[in-house]
Write a protein that binds this ligand. Sequence first.
Ligand code: NDP
Ligand code: A1CAB
Length: 274
Amino acid sequence: MKHKTLGFIGAGNMASSLVGGLVADGYPARTIWVSDVDEAKLDALSLKFGVNVSGDNRQVARLAEILILAVKPQILREVAEGLADIVAETRPLVLSVAAGVAESSLDRWLGGDQALVRCMPNTPALVKSSATALHANGKTTSAQRSEAESILRAVGVTVWVEREEALDAVTAISGSGPAYFFLLMEAMENAAASLGLDPETARLLVQQTALGAARIAIESEEGPAQLRQRVTSPKGTTERAIGVFEERGLHEIVRDAVAAAHARAVELARELGA
Ligand SMILES: NC(=O)C1=CN([C@@H]2O[C@H](COP(=O)(O)OP(=O)(O)OC[C@H]3O[C@@H](n4cnc5c(N)ncnc54)[C@H](OP(=O)(O)O)[C@@H]3O)[C@@H](O)[C@H]2O)C=CC1
Ligand SMILES: O=C(O)[C@@H]1CCC=N1
């Protein structure tokens, strides 16, 4: 199978997770190019994964058959406008992972009439466990949609959303979501320390518990509420803990936190879409 040349613009957290996952899945490193303004990040990527790197976005854009825009939303316009002439000439499939940047804005910045797929992956892509939602604009062919999907499927699960606006909800759930679980893990490590467990033991127990809970949730027919009940013995320890979570409003906290992330994605689109 011929692998298309991938060009990543931006070598930060999300791009490096995608690159790492793709290389781990067997995507040939020699067909991956990455550019960034930060030479240290490029050196690290080249050393770790053997991919080609460049300080010149335009060089990478020229080589790319599939161009993946992975810079911060706030500088995407400047970056896209700087590549518009090349994109108009070479017509790569363009993927954007940016939160809150509408396809219509990106299309305009790239000069118009461009095949675009917006994706919202997450950093577990690095270990091929990403959850990605995709939405394509009207200029993409079904072959291009399949190409986009196969790249993201190589690093985890994928789902298409019918409405582009749904990507803002996806961003608030699975794009940002790994950080919510990490926060809970941090809090559990701190709680373990306050009960006298040493940090290494606490970390091991918390990590394996998170992994076990995620695996059983994926592999079981039962939903999270039922699985939780299986841990919760009547008059036991879990019941007491769950009581505290509920008394303090965990469901409301999570709902409000996700709503805040969603509102920020919508706000970004308004701020950056002009
Ligand atoms: N992190 C995540 O979990 C997720 C992120 N995303 C999206 O991915 C995108 C990137 O986010 P993330 O990886 O976290 O951000 P990072 O800041 O880690 O990565 C962006 C990289 O782009 C570099 N950069 C800045 N200006 C330019 C330029 N003109 N040309 C080329 N590279 C440049 C930055 O360098 P410097 O730091 O020196 O400015 C940085 O290395 C965002 O749009 C975000 O919404 C989507 C899903 C999840
Ligand atoms: O925090 C952010 O804005 C990005 C998008 C989703 C995860 N990280």
